[in-house]
Design a protein around this ligand. Sequence first.
Ligand SMILES: [Ca+2]
Length: 353
Amino acid sequence: MVVAVIKSHRTRFRSLCVLYPMFNLKTSRQLICLLVTVCVLTSQSLAEDTDFMEEFLKREYSLAKPYRGLGFSSSSQWDLMGTAMVTPDQVRLTPDLQSRQGAVWSRIPLVLRDWELKVHFKIHGQGKKNLNGDGLAIWLTRDRMLNGPVFGNMNQFTGLGIFVDTYPNADKTHDRTFPYISMMLGNGTLSYDHDRDGRPTEIGGCTALARNSVHDTFLLVRYSKNRLTLLVDVDGKQEWRECADVTGLRLPTGYFLGASSATGDLSDNHDIISMKLYQLTVERTPEEEEEEEVTIPRVDNMEQFQVEVEEEGMSGIQFFFTLLFSILGLGVLGVVGLMVYGRWKENKRKRFY
Ligand SMILES: [Ca+2]
């Protein structure tokens, strides 16, 4: 298939080269011709990109239309939780009603080392700006199907959380515009601070006006060679904008993909239209191949992931007793030595008589 695509590309390129002599004439027709050429080549390369991507789509980890049997069939790869509901057009995590929690979780642990996750989501509701909430989260975590205070999922989670936060809880700071997308890596002890919109544990993020948008809204997470990149496409420009980029990020394999959402006093419809996972083909050096896999997620050189290790040395009390017993031991040895020497000397003296 790839060969066929290359061939057709070449044929088209040759036919375009035939047009080349016309470019010497200085008429407006050439300009139009040039524009058409550029358009044909561009559209073709975009189509090829899509074909290329679809080949690496991993259906077992993906959620896409039609959602046949999703959540109830034994052959489905996803489970639904709480208020999550499947409709022909989306998986609605929460409706635009107060105090709802819903989630969708993959049943299959993700074992790929290099991947890309493209999420098509929609957040919309009746509430005026900043009178809506709370947003939704995308997960890749060790545990699944547990509800809690972090956009409908447990706190102190282990793994990756990406939050599309639509309500400014810490509204006194005004340092960012909402909706704000942020990223957090949990190691099982770090807590997401909802009242501060997760600022203390955030490893990256950006503003993304993704609520009540007339455009389709997407986010893309790419993980390869310990580098995590978050891109967004929410402005209807059909291009990715960088939102966060973290290197030295180590994430174990075997975690579960999921999406969750919660409403409180304020609400919104939180919909997932698709979550498509693509495998990335990456070449590694022998050293990179041998790199040991971590068991707890962390980011190198980031203070919040420095786990305190107890020093191997002795404590004060241990040192005192060791010294005391050493002195006592030496004393005993000295006394015994003197006694033996005294006995030996006496025996020697007796032998001379
Ligand atoms: Ca918030």
